[in-house]
Design a protein around this ligand. Structure first.
Ligand SMILES: Cc1cc2nc3c(=O)[nH]c(=O)nc-3n(C[C@H](O)[C@H](O)[C@H](O)COP(=O)(O)OP(=O)(O)OC[C@H]3O[C@@H](n4cnc5c(N)ncnc54)[C@H](O)[C@@H]3O)c2cc1C
Length: 113
C-alpha cells in the first residue's frame, strides 16, 4: 500500500542516514514521497564516524536481530556491486581472549593464551 506521507527528511548523511534514505527510495510504498537528506557537511563527511575504510563487519552480536542483519548485510557486500572496486575487502578477523571467556571456549577462530 502506498504511503500517504508526502515529504520525508533524513537528517545526517552518514551510513545510517544514507542507508535509510536508500531503503526508502527503493520501497514502492514511498514512490510518491519526496525524500530529502540534510547533512551538516558534504558527502562523504570526513569527520563523521562512518568515514574511512577501516571498519569491522561482524555477526557475533548478542542480539539475534543484529546478528541476522549483519549476516544479511555481509552477503550483499560479498555478492553485489556494493563490494566491488575495493569497497569491501575481507582481511580476516582474529579474536584474542582468556580461555574462560565465551570467545576462548566456543569460537573456533579464537586464540587463547
Ligand atoms: C573510531 C570508531 C571506530 C568504529 N569502528 C567500527 C567498526 O569497526 N565496525 C562498526 O560496525 N562500527 C564501528 N564504529 C561505529 C560506526 O562507525 C557508527 O556506529 C556509525 O558510523 C554511525 O553512523 P551514523 O550514520 O549514525 O553517524 P555518522 O557516520 O557520524 O554520520 C553522521 C552524519 O550526520 C551529519 N550531522 C551531524 N550533526 C548534524 C546536524 N546537527 N545536522 C545535520 N547533519 C548532521 C554529519 O555531517 C554526518 O554526515 C566505529 C566508530 C568510531 C568512532
Amino acid at each position: 500500500m502506498e504511503s500517504q506521507i508526502q515529504r520525508l527528511i533524513v537528517i545526517g548523511a552518514g551510513c545510517f542516514g544514507l542507508s535509510a534514505a536508500l531503503e526508502l527510495c527503493q520501497d514502492e510504498a514511498f514512490a510518491s514521497t519526496h525524500i530529502t537528506i540534510i547533512s551538516a557537511s558534504e558527502i562523504p563527511d570526513k569527520n563523521c564516524a562512518s568515514f574511512d575504510i577501516n571498519r569491522i563487519v561482524r555477526t557475533d552480536y548478542t542480539s539475534p536481530l543484529y546478528a541476522s542483519l549483519a549476516a544479511e548485510a555481509l552477503e550483499i557486500w560479498r555478492h553485489s556491486d556494493w563490494g566491488k572496486e575495493q569497497r569491501f575487502v575481507e582481511s580476516g578477523l582474529l579474536m584474542l581472549g582468556e580461555a574462560s571467556t565465551v570467545f576462548g571456549t566456543e569460537n573456533p577462530c579464537s586464540v587463547t593464551q
